[in-house]
Design a protein around this ligand. Structure first.
Ligand code: R5P
Length: 311
């Protein structure tokens, strides 16, 4: 099998370069820009005939990214690529996974079906699977691999934090927090959260008495408005805990999220590099490369499996 060719969609150059290095594949060159009228122009400058093409496009603020993605995937196919896959370190549209109010669209399902028509396979990091257990249940009909950030996050905590106690802000975070805690050999607690609106979040007072001499490490999959972390941080500070380390897998930081978190009290903010951000400290390209190699090794594709479990 020939080496894969990795192409970066705009804004994904650093991650694509790291991925190509980890894959020992080539880095392809493509021009992606807008015509003056706002339409998308794409041109593949590297020959893709009979090659495995890997497009790298993290999908926060996805609406403006999907048209260039569709155009580049179509162009690669049109020019003879063998298969066209997508590495989306952050996968969006995962949270509206049910009809909360009558008449609403279940957009996570529609997005899954849509991406399955655009690319032949997908690799991503810890998608926000909540009410659905797998990407297949979320509408994806192509082969997918889910890479977990937990091993890399646990390594970072072990190297950088003394006597950590891991804190999950809500029951949804239990899945990430418990596995990071186990890998980091640290205790963990999970709180209760009630969200009343986009920026209105209440978190239960944590029972932290027995961990007073520990460093709280708040772990969540997504930091978006950051209100979840802000509320939790305030509680931990009021409870007299030492300054918190906030670890987010996906640095979405919507609107004033970063300022809100920075203004909430003394804390160190650390994220994985699934979305390029000044807080990135944990690199995941090697873990994603392993999952990509696994997908590519399977000629006709395979049912969804957890990349870390299969290693
Ligand atoms: C919950 O659904 C997620 O795991 C995160 O807790 C949530 O996305 C964080 O959102 P925000 O930063 O807007 O509070």
């Amino acid at each position: 099998m020939s080496l894969p060719l990795v192409f970066a969609l705009p804004g994904n150059d650093a991650f694509a370069a790291d991925l190509a290095t980890a894959l020992e594949g080539g880095l392809g060159s493509a021009e992606v820009r807008r015509f003056p009228d706002g339409e998308t122009y794409v041109r593949l400058e590297t020959d893709v005939r009979d090659r495995e093409v890997v497009l790298v496009c993290t999908l926060h603020e996805p609406d403006e990214k999907v048209v260039p993605l569709v155009m580049l995937a179509e162009a690669a196919r049109d020019l003879g690529a063998r298969r066209v896959g997508l590495v989306a370190p952050y996968l969006s549209y995962m949270r509206q996974d049910k009809r909360f109010h009558s008449g609403e669209g279940i957009t996570s399902l529609y997005f899954g079906r849509f991406l399955s028509r655009v690319v032949d396979w997908l690799v991503t990091v810890d998608p926000h699977l909540h009410r659905h257990a797998t990407l297949a249940e979320s509408g994806y009909t192509i082969p997918t691999r889910v890479v977990h950030a937990a091993p890399a996050v646990a390594d970072w905590i072990r190297e950088h934090v003394e006597r950590p106690v891991l804190v999950g802000p809500d029951s949804e975070s239990e899945q990430w927090v418990s596995s990071v805690a186990e890998l980091a050999s640290a205790p963990h607690i999970v709180l209760e959260k009630v969200r009343r609106g986009d920026k209105d979040v209440e978190v239960s007072v944590p029972e932290v008495d027995r961990y007073r001499d520990h460093t709280p490490v708040l772990v969540d999959d997504i930091i978006s408005t950051a209100r979840t972390m802000v509320e939790t941080l305030r509680h931990l500070a009021r409870a007299g805990m030492p300054p918190t380390v906030c670890v987010g897998i996906h640095a979405v930081f919507a609107s004033d999220g970063l300022q809100a978190l920075e203004g909430a009290g003394p804390a160190q903010i650390v994220t994985c590099d699934t979305i390029e951000h000044s807080t990135n400290e944990i690199g995941l390209a090697p873990a994603l490369a392993a999952a990509v190699s696994e997908v590519l090794a399977e000629e006709g594709g395979a049912p969804e499996r957890n990349a870390n479990e299969s290693q």
